[in-house]
Write a protein of this length. Structure first.
Length: 335
């Protein structure tokens, strides 16, 4: 009787790890190698923040030196004369050109890139999608100066027909009126930037669409959904945040593109109401064209314009992160 009682007694409870031990185990910091890797990763993140802060401090300091001597309104002036005493310069034309050319590029590139990514992942056979994907990967690595030379020698001379068609049918809007000058305008720059950022957006979107769970697509097909309905109900919700991230990568390149824009655009420091008339400029193009022969005051003014571009880039990336965070509950992927 005593033996039976001893055998049926429950074993003593196993001691549970503390909350601190559970957190350390979750972070992977229980082994020396894991702790070293954790420290290196954390240090790399902190170093990146320090570098970004150092860049911001440097740009702010040099920009303050120039803006304090500026005799014009830095944000609204339509001139750039740093050789005068006192100097007069402003970024209104540069901000307008940078934003307009980037918007044109995004409007053209994003729909085409998403369509190509969908075609490669859900429509094209493997023997066709593999070589196309390889070519797109190569295009993403082409230097910007090569795109600029191609734009100046091939794209610009062949834009007359498009400009004439737009002027004939849409010239009444004022945005697409053309006076017959050289097609070195904001529309040409936007088209060239769209060609440049197209491979980047396509590559990232393609990889995101490939990560869609196969079970979701098969379940939708089993319920009688068409191929387009599967894409709309299963692929797009899963890849929305990834497509937004890809678009922001492309927008970042479009905002900061230098040599291609400088090769194609005819810079005049004014704002044209028509996208087909030569004129305008961008932050990066203005810095590249004027930095070599600028005085100390001129360099500080260019650095001030670079600070504005730096802030615009941070705001764009912050807005993208906010959009992704709001859409996270509708997406199967975390960006």
């Amino acid at each position: 009787m005593d033996i039976t009682t001893k055998n049926t007694e429950a074993p003593p409870p196993t001691p549970q790890p503390s909350v601190a031990e559970q957190k350390r185990a979750a972070r992977g910091a229980t082994r020396p190698g894991d702790r070293i890797f954790l420290g290196l990763s954390r240090g790399s993140g902190i170093l990146l923040l320090v570098i970004m802060a150092a860049i911001a401090v440097f740009l702010t300091y040099r920009a303050s030196l120039a803006i304090s001597k500026d005799d014009a309104n830095f944000f609204t002036a339509f001139e750039w004369n740093t050789g005068l005493v006192p100097p007069k310069f402003g970024i209104a034309v540069l901000a307008f050109g940078t934003v307009v050319s980037s918007i044109i590029a995004m409007v053209i590139a994003v729909p085409i890139a998403v369509a190509i990514a969908l075609f490669l992942t859900h429509y094209a056979p493997r023997r066709l999608s593999s070589p196309i994907s390889y070519v797109i990967d190569l295009l993403a690595a082409v230097p910007s100066i090569v795109y600029g030379l191609w734009g100046a020698l091939v794209l610009v001379p062949n834009m007359n027909g498009l400009f004439g068609w737009l002027d004939k049918y849409l010239g009444w809007t004022g945005i697409f009126s053309w006076q017959g000058g050289a097609p070195r305008s904001m529309l040409t720059v936007g088209i060239l930037l769209a060609i440049m950022i197209l491979p980047i957006i396509t590559n990232v979107s393609r990889e995101v669409f490939r990560q869609v769970p196969q079970m979701q697509e098969e379940a939708a097909l089993a319920l009688g959904a068409t191929r387009w309905e599967v894409i709309r109900m299963a692929v797009f919700p899963f890849g929305r945040s990834g497509v937004i991230s890809a678009s922001m990568l492309g927008l970042g390149r479009a905002l900061g593109e230098t040599m291609a824009v400088a090769t194609v655009l005819s810079p005049t420091f004014d704002i044209q109401t028509s996208l087909l008339d030569p004129g305008g400029g961008t932050f990066a193009q203005n810095i590249a064209s004027k930095f070599g022969e600028a005085t100390e005051m001129g360099r500080d003014a260019l650095i001030a314009s670079g600070l504005v571009l730096f802030v615009i880039t941070l705001l764009v990336n912050g807005a993208a992160r906010a959009i992704i965070a709001r859409r996270k509950e509708y997406s199967g992927a975390n960006a």
